[in-house]
Design a protein around this ligand. Sequence first.
Ligand SMILES: *Cc1c(COP(=O)(O)O)cnc(C)c1O
Length: 420
Amino acid sequence: MNIKTASRPIESLDDTHLHYDAMFAEAIATLKREGRYREFHHLQRQVGDFPNAYSHSTRKQITIWCSNDYLGMGQHPIVRNAMHKAIDTMGAGAGGTRNISGTHHAIMQLEDTLAQLHQKEAALVFSSGYVANEATLSTLGNVLKECIIFSDACNHASMIQGIKHSKATKKVFRHNDLAHLRSLLQESPKDVPKIIAFESVYSMDGDIGYIKEIVDLAQEFGALTYLDEVHAVGLYGAHGAGVAQRDGQMHRVDIIQGTLGKAYGVMGGYIAASHACVDMIRSYASGFIFTTTMTPAMAAGAEASVRYLMQHPELRTAHQQAAHALKQRFADAGIPYLNTPTHIVPVMVHDPVKCKRASDLLRDEHGIYVQPINYPTVPRGTERLRFTPTPMHTEAMMDELVEALVDIFQLCDIARTHHA
Ligand SMILES: *Cc1c(COP(=O)(O)O)cnc(C)c1O
């Protein structure tokens, strides 16, 4: 955003326009008063130097500790080569929507690979994971008459929006509360369509949804299951198909949704499901139909990444080891982390101002980047720093991080746990 450009003479500017800007400024002022105004950190990732980046803000090198590029695939030579090759053979853009000359070879291959990954009849690619959730859930709720969607209270904003935009009745069950879900299913009419929408890895608390138990309930009550595996694809299961694969439940989940932008390191989202389900979404979902297809380079890069991670379980092992090692160090140093069963390591600060200050100090004084997570992303009082160690974070980087955290917790007066 460059506010200086507003001083150009713009002939269409009139009083009305100035009023609108005042309203926008008021909306922003509200966020600032509540300490919720978001500031982005200007970073430049550098190929070959993962997980380090150049910070344009501090003009120094910085180590990134909160990336969703969980395995550094965003700069893997296999992925970059596939993208270069696609650009040089197929060009930059897709040339239209899927309907208007946009169904190129790279996206067909990607969908084939994704269907194979999840052992489903078909897959469908969207512009992002957000769009995949929003478009699929809103379409399901519109097409299935009188549908009720049961939604975990911690579901991602994209699922919440999709459900809101559908005509379905929404029933929210308390996070991971199977008894509550059961009681909501029990009190619903037997003969109406039902969907249970939930996640495998919840990205803020790093906990895991009860996939088997929820699919059991779905079978008992005749519901469809919709599972967001965004923070698990590439990372869990023998081929990186997610927690449902790891737990032997993948064939029982009706619709699996994932992203190509996190562990796979590129961009885009998808669903994998039965042929009939995918064909229906393809035919009815506005967010799929009326937008230009993902570029050949993105599709080719993502496909290369998915295929690579299918064949490299050792990266998943190293990833879990990195998370384990960091938790161990936090425990030894009395850093109050959540002992999650996943690769996500939240450190609790319980105060929005201290959380932001700790993040700023880590960045400016220690060359460490971890963004503060405050309300509304998490409930007030549970403010935190969220660490996502990768196999590329070295022991020395972990030592530096722990030392910096000990220092900054003292400076910011953030409570530590007792030493073990
Ligand atoms: C990031 C995220 C999404 C959206 O995926 P994008 O590809 O980034 O649009 C969906 N669900 C969850 C749980 C996420 O964390």
